[in-house]
Design a protein around this ligand. Structure first.
Ligand code: CAA
Length: 242
């Protein structure tokens, strides 16, 4: 695998940051995409030595241009994509605005189409590719206050299985990871009294660590992983099993 180019969307903070660092440590050439927080991205790049690239993953044309830019700067075709970028706009249905709905669908689910479409032809031509989509326990089980997020994440799981069937004959694997509640800014934004109740339902008894998700990504993108496709790896401390 030495030197394969990987893009991690939403790669400068949270779970994405841990994925970038794990891939770099394993010898991949990594590009971290990010959407808005310039200060966090600059700090991330300084600390890790991993270049960061700003574009909006909800924007189809921006994804195509971003992939081209990464390929020019990192000197090779993108062979690994980790669709990790995601946002929450929580609220119960009767209070949710159309903007809250649309932002989450476009950013969390639309991004998977936009990024995969930008790399799929090259992967098919080279007969190799690894796509890992970060879903969620809340896409599997639903979550009060998250019809937008649960729909987008559930969509990611269907997207994964369909694209896996298309990619299989061309050496492209497509898998998902469904994280549970991981100790990141996103989860820290959940009201403390609500989070306390959620953690009480996690058999392992704590939030997960971003590095525990990154470990799963490394496993799925390995060259040796050619027979693993269309699968969902749940990493949630036992909170949801099926
Ligand atoms: N099940 C049943 N009832 C619930 C509930 C639940 N899970 N959560 C809240 N309620 C009830 C409350 O008890 C309350 O009922 P009463 O009025 O009878 O007391 C009612 O719903 C209203 O609750 P709130 O006062 O909290 O209402 P709100 O409008 O201020 O907020 C909310 C609602 C936005 C959903 C808020 O509760 C919230 O942010 N919840 C967290 C949602 C969550 O888990 N998000 C995950 C983010 S992390 C992530 O998404 C990463 C990942 O992939 C895991």
């Amino acid at each position: 695998m030495a030197g394969r180019v990987a893009i991690v969307t939403g790669g400068t903070r949270g779970i994405g940051e841990a994925i970038c660092v794990a891939l770099k440590d394993a010898g991949y050439k990594v590009a971290a995409n990010y959407g808005g927080n310039d200060a966090a991205a600059a700090e991330f790049t300084k600390r890790t030595g991993i270049p960061s690239f700003k574009w909006d993953v909800a924007d189809f044309a921006a994804c195509a241009a971003g992939v081209k830019d990464v390929e020019a700067k990192l000197g090779g075709p993108v062979e690994i994509v980790v669709n990790n970028a995601g946002i929450t706009r929580d609220g119960t249905m009767h209070k949710m605005t159309f903007d809250q709905w649309e932002a989450v669908i476009r950013t969390n689910l639309g991004s998977c189409f936009n990024m995969s479409r930008a790399v799929i032809e090259g992967m098919r031509a080279r007969k190799f590719g690894r796509i890992v989509n970060i879903g969620s326990i809340n896409g599997q089980a639903g979550q009060y206050g998250q019809v937008n997020y649960a729909a987008a994440k559930s969509g990611i799981h269907g997207f994964t299985k369909a694209l896996a069937q298309e990619g299989a004959a061309a050496g492209i694997t497509v898998n998902a990871i469904a994280p549970g509640y991981i100790d990141t800014d996103m989860v820290r934004a959940v009201p403390p009294n609500v989070l306390e109740k959620i953690v009480a339902r996690v058999p392992v008894g704590r939030l997960g660590k971003a590095s525990e998700i990154a470990r799963g990504v490394l496993f799925l993108v390995a060259d040796e992983g050619g027979f693993i496709t269309g699968s969902t790896l749940s990493i949630n401390g036992g909170q949801h099993m099926y």
